[in-house]
Design a protein around this ligand. Structure first.
Ligand SMILES: [Zn+2]
Length: 567
């Protein structure tokens, strides 16, 4: 464990050395899982309770903590930070720093704490939306904000921190499909000067809603992305490895251009944004499916040693303990090696630590069983062309619920493993997508996509024999009947990939090189079905919310942890 490569790496060898070393360990079938927790510094200075907190974390397997050190322009007292860091290190934990770089639209720290610091400094400016309204608690990215974040990185380096995760939440838009950014007079004027345009907030607002001028949308989005990347670069100082939390399905429309950040700062750490931080949302099977799609999508852009989960309870106590454990298992199933728990500035109650501690042997065994298998996704879910096109942000989770080895893929992402392309929903069959279609054995359009792209599909069908239209519109909240419809359609042809052929709401991840599949029950009740793998049909039965690994030979190892559904 002590030799696990982490933290600062030599920039000349960068991710290749980390990747190779970890791959060698992974090939030996070792558990690669590392547990982290993000927290405020105060609990580490609280003499009467801190020993118990550390004991709780260590029993739960936490190896590294990330201390919040900068709240929207306000530095935490550096002496206190140093003391908190020293205390954690004396107790055997690694310590990184985390910042709230620009604030968050809404209280993302702790709604139960009336003293939460949410205001931005007077010399920053609030983000203004398309309607001219102020996005409170949230700074627009300007020279002052960039400079303050750069200073924070220097202060933290001088205080002994070697990593700074710009965490909650470096972006210029909220969780929706729209193109956002700051539409204040100064930002619009800056945009016009750089891109030689004559736009106003009003003209931009109309254009972003109409989506008829891709060149303008791309310019505006590039302008936003350069701002977010500039904050990252200000943090990328000698001695500091920067990181960024990427919102659930966050992309260029929110100012986040992952490939550009990686190109300019190859060692960047990323949190692959998840969502559904409370039971009300996460209890739905489709929400679990969306979480899985979101992780797999962001992993298209990021090498796993640099990827961290967002395993979050928010607001306090709103997500039951067993759901937090389920989220950790989802992250492991997706192939994430760094599981980063988070709960705002509220320190999790004992019950959460106890639940993670109780689950820890199972999490480790599950991770070990999957460690030698590359996640392989022969089924692709077409997920738009570029963030600037502002297409629907959350794709349907139907193929996850139907037990297909599926991930979302964008037109600009290369992947040679694709066998079946599902083109579902309100996405455009752009030229970029049309060029990719011949690489698939089959391309299936649902009713919505077929209608939207009718002319293009008809023209292509003259020469392409792999296009089929499904007489059904995939929904955002699929039920068992809809899952069966898709499975019946999939069953019309022989498939080379493993998939669920009987039963619904069993997710499947294929570990192709080790010949295994991961199965996960999306229901809070016992579930059964059958997997077809290498021409054989394997009946399976899973406990409520359980995960399992099915081997090539057909043996099933279940990774079940205790759940208390009605606590
Ligand atoms: Zn502005």
């Amino acid at each position: 464990m002590a030799n696990r490569p982490h933290g600062i790496v030599d920039r000349n060898v960068g991710d290749r050395s980390i990747g190779q070393q970890r791959k060698m360990e992974k090939d030996k079938g070792k558990s690669m899982m590392k547990l982290h927790y993000s927290m405020a510094h105060e609990p580490l200075l609280e003499l009467s309770t801190r020993d118990a907190l550390i004991a709780n974390m260590k029993k739960a397997g936490i190896e590294k903590i990330w201390i919040a050190a900068f709240y929207s322009g306000d530095m935490v007292d550096l002496e206190e930070l140093k003391q908190a860091k020293a205390y954690a290190e004396q107790n055997g934990l690694e310590v990184g720093a985390l910042t709230i770089p620009i604030g968050h639209p809404g209280n993302s720290l702790n709604p139960e704490d009336p003293d939460s610091k949410l205001q931005i400094p007077k010399h920053w400016h609030y983000r203004i939306n398309k309607k001219g309204e102020t996005a409170y608690y949230c700074g627009a990215i300007d020279a002052c904000l960039i400079e303050d974040n750069g200073k924070a990185a220097m202060l933290l380096r001088d205080a002994g921190f070697t990593e700074v995760f710009l965490d909650d939440d470096l972006r210029v838009g909220n969780l929706n499909g729209n193109i956002e950014g700051c539409y204040c007079d100064a930002c619009v004027a800056e945009f016009n000067a750089i891109y030689r345009r004559q736009e106003t907030r009003e003209t931009l607002s109309v254009q972003m809603a109409d989506r008829r001028d891709p060149a303008l949308m791309k310019d505006w989005v590039a302008f936003q992305c350069d701002k977010v990347t500039a904050v990252m670069k200000a943090t990328d100082i000698e001695g500091v490895q920067p990181g960024i939390m990427v919102m659930h399905f966050g992309d260029e429309r929110h100012g986040i251009d992952i490939p550009a950040i990686r190109e300019q700062i190859p060692n960047t750490l990323f949190r692959v944004g998840e969502h559904q931080f409370n039971d009300r949302k996460f209890a739905n099977p489709y929400a679990k499916g969306e979480e899985m799609l979101g992780i797999a999508y962001h992993l298209n852009f990021i090498d796993k040693p640099f990827a961290y989960s967002e395993t979050t309870v928010f607001p306090p106590r709103s997500l039951k303990e067993h759901h937090l454990v389920y989220k950790a298992k989802l992250a492991i199933a997706a192939g994430l090696e760094n599981i980063l728990f988070m709960s705002g500035t509220w320190a999790m109650d004992d019950s959460y630590w106890e639940a993670i501690a109780a689950a820890l042997p199972v999490l480790r065994a599950f991770d070990k069983d999957c460690a030698d298998g590359e996640r392989t996704y022969p089924v692709h879910l077409a997920y738009g062309t570029h963030g600037a096109y502002a297409e629907p942000i959350i794709p349907t989770s139907l193929p996850v619920l139907a037990g297909l080895p599926v991930k979302p893929l964008r037109a600009d992402q290369c992947d040679d493993d694709g066998e079946l392309l599902l083109f579902f929903g309100d996405y455009e069959l752009t030229r970029e997508w049309q060029a990719k279609l011949p690489h698939y054995k089959q391309v299936m359009f649902d009713q919505k996509a077929a209608l939207k792209n009718k002319a293009a599909i008809e023209a292509l069908k003259a020469t392409a024999s792999n296009l089929v239209c499904w007489d059904h519109e995939a929904t955002s909240r699929p039920d068992a009947a809809e899952v069966s419809l898709l499975q019946a359609w999939i069953a019309q042809e022989a498939r080379e990939f493993p998939h669920i052929v009987e039963g619904d709401h069993i997710g499947l991840v294929w570990l192709k090189n080790s010949g295994k599949v991961i199965l996960y029950n999306l229901l809070e009740t016992e579930n059964q079905g059958a997997v077809e793998m290498s021409g054989r049909k394997h009946p399976v039965r899973l406990k409520p919310l359980s995960f399992a690994v099915l081997s090539r030979a057909g043996s099933l190892a279940e990774y079940d942890t205790e759940i208390e559904l009605y606590k």
